[in-house]
Design a binder for this molecule. Structure first.
Ligand SMILES: Cc1ncc(COP(=O)(O)O)c(C=O)c1O
Length: 392
C-alpha cells in the first residue's frame, strides 16, 4: 500500500499519544490522574440532554440535515451573540453550524488556503492551527506567544515578506494552552493588520464562557470592522460540557461563512438535527449554565494555584480557560518534567512543545478533574519532585 504523504508532515495528534500512554498505565493497574486533556468531567446540562432525547425520538430529525442548519439553530445562535456579546448577526447569511470547533479550524484552513500560501499561527497553539494549513499545502509561519508580551503574538514584528504571502491569521483568546486573555485594543490592531494586508482573521473562541473573578471574555466580532475581515468559531464543548456532542458554529463575514459552508457541502452532511435542537436548548434554556461551570473551575483554580505554589512552582492563576501554563522547575525540560510526573506520580500533564516550539520550558495542566483528584495530583507531584529521580 502507498499512502498520501500529507499525513507524514504532521506529528501524531498530541492527545492521541497521551490517551495511548494513559490506557497503557491503566491497563497495568496504575491509578492515573490525567490533567493532560481539556475534557470537562461534569455532565451536560439537563435541558440539552432532554432536547437531544426528544429530538432523537422525532422521525423528522432522521434524514440528512442541511449544511445551512435549521432556522431555529441560526436564530438561537444570533440571539445568543446579541445577548452575550452585543453582536448583531444575520442568521440567514452570517451563521453556520460546525461539528465542533476542531472541524471548523481544519476546514477553514482548507477553504481559505492554497498550496504556497502562508498561514499565521500562534506558537504555542492548538495543534490544528498547524495541521489544517499543512493539509492545505500551505506554509505555517509561527507567531511566538511570550510571557513578556502577555502571550499575545506581536503583530507589529511580522516580517513584510511573510505578510505579503499570508492570507489567514488564527487567534484564540481566551487562549489554549497559555490561559491568557486578550488585552484592550488588541483585536482592533488585528483588524487593522488584516485590512492593510488582505488577511482573513479566524478567531477561535472555544473558551469565552469559562471566566473567573468577574471577567467576561469578549467576542472578536465585538471589534469594529471585525466582520469585514473575519469570522469567529464558537464551541459549546467547554462551557456546556459538550465535548462529545460536536456542537459549534461559525459566524461573521458572510463570504467566509459561505466558502466554509460550500466546502462542507462537499465533505460532510451537516449537524444531526437532534444535536441542532440540543444546541438551541443550550443557547437558550441553559444559556447561563457556563456561569455555574466557571464557579466550579474558579474554585479548582484557587485550590490548584495554592497547592502548586506551595511546592515551589511558579504559577499564574488563569482568568479564563481550564488551563494552567506552568514553567517547569530549573533543571528540567518540558519532556523530562512530564516524564517525571507520569512515571513517579502517575499524573499526566501536556508538555509545552506539543503545542509548538515556543512551548519549551512549560507544561499545561487542565482542571477538568474533581477537586479531590486535583489535590491528590498536586500532592503526588510534590512527592515526585522531592524524589527528583529523573532530571534533564
Ligand atoms: C483553542 C481550541 N479550539 C478549538 C477546540 C475544539 O473544540 P471542539 O470540541 O469544539 O472541537 C479546542 C479544544 O480543546 C481548543 O482548545
Amino acid at each position: 500500500m502507498r499512502f498520501a504523504q500529507r499525513l507524514d508532515a504532521v506529528p501524531p495528534y498530541l492527545f492521541a499519544e497521551l490517551e495511548r500512554k494513559i490506557a497503557e498505565k491503566r491497563a497495568a493497574g496504575v491509578d492515573v490522574i490525567s490533567l493532560g486533556i481539556g475534557d470537562p468531567d461534569l455532565p451536560t446540562p439537563e435541558p440539552v440532554v432532554e432536547a437531544l432525547a426528544a429530538g432523537a425520538r422525532d422521525p423528522a430529525t432522521h434524514q440528512y440535515p442541511t449544511n445551512h442548519g435549521s432556522d431555529e439553530f441560526r436564530q438561537a445562535a444570533a440571539d445568543f451573540y446579541e445577548a452575550r456579546f452585543g453582536v448583531e448577526l444575520d442568521p440567514g447569511s452570517e451563521v453556520v453550524p460546525a461539528l465542533g470547533g476542531k472541524e471548523a479550524v481544519g476546514h477553514m484552513a482548507l477553504a481559505l488556503l492554497d498550496p504556497g500560501d502562508t498561514c499565521l499561527s500562534p506558537d504555542p497553539g492548538y495543534p490544528p492551527y498547524t495541521s489544517g494549513p499543512v493539509f492545505a499545502g500551505a506554509d505555517v509561519h509561527y507567531l511566538p506567544l511570550r510571557p513578556e508580551h502577555g502571550f499575545l503574538p506581536d503583530l507589529d514584528s511580522i516580517p513584510d515578506d511573510v505578510l505579503r504571502r499570508a492570507n489567514l491569521l488564527f487567534l484564540d483568546y481566551p487562549n489554549n494552552p497559555t490561559g491568557a486573555v486578550v488585552q484592550d485594543g488588541y483585536f482592533e490592531r488585528a483588524v487593522e493588520l488584516a485590512r492593510a494586508n488582505d488577511l482573513v482573521v479566524v478567531h477561535d473562541n472555544a473558551y469565552s464562557e469559562l471566566c473567573y473573578d468577574g471577567y467576561l471574555a469578549p467576542s472578536f466580532l465585538e471589534t469594529p470592522g471585525a466582520k469585514d475581515v473575519g469570522v469567529e468559531i464558537f464551541s459549546l464543548s467547554k462551557g456546556w460540557n459538550m465535548t462529545g456532542w460536536r456542537a459549534g458554529l461559525v459566524s461573521g463575514n458572510a463570504e467566509v461563512v459561505d466558502r466554509y459552508r460550500h466546502l462542507k457541502t462537499n465533505l460532510d452532511s451537516g449537524m444531526f438535527e437532534a444535536v441542532q435542537r440540543a444546541t438551541v436548548a443550550a443557547l437558550t434554556d441553559a444559556r447561563d449554565f457556563p456561569r455555574e461551570m466557571s464557579a466550579v473551575y474558579q474554585r479548582r483554580r484557587d485550590l490548584l494555584a495554592e497547592a502548586l505554589s506551595a511546592i515551589g512552582l511558579d504559577v499564574q492563576p488563569p482568568k479564563a480557560t481550564p488551563y494552567f501554563w506552568v514553567p517547569v522547575p530549573d533543571g528540567y525540560t518540558s519532556a523530562s518534567f512530564s516524564e517525571l510526573v507520569l512515571e513517579e506520580a502517575a499524573v499526566v500533564v501536556s508538555p509545552g512543545p506539543s503545542f509548538g516550539p515556543s512551548g519549551e520550558g512549560f507544561v499545561r495542566l487542565s482542571m477538568t478533574v474533581p477537586d479531590d483528584r486535583l489535590d491528590e495530583a498536586a500532592r503526588r507531584i510534590e512527592t515526585s519532585l522531592r524524589s527528583g529521580i529523573i532530571t534533564a
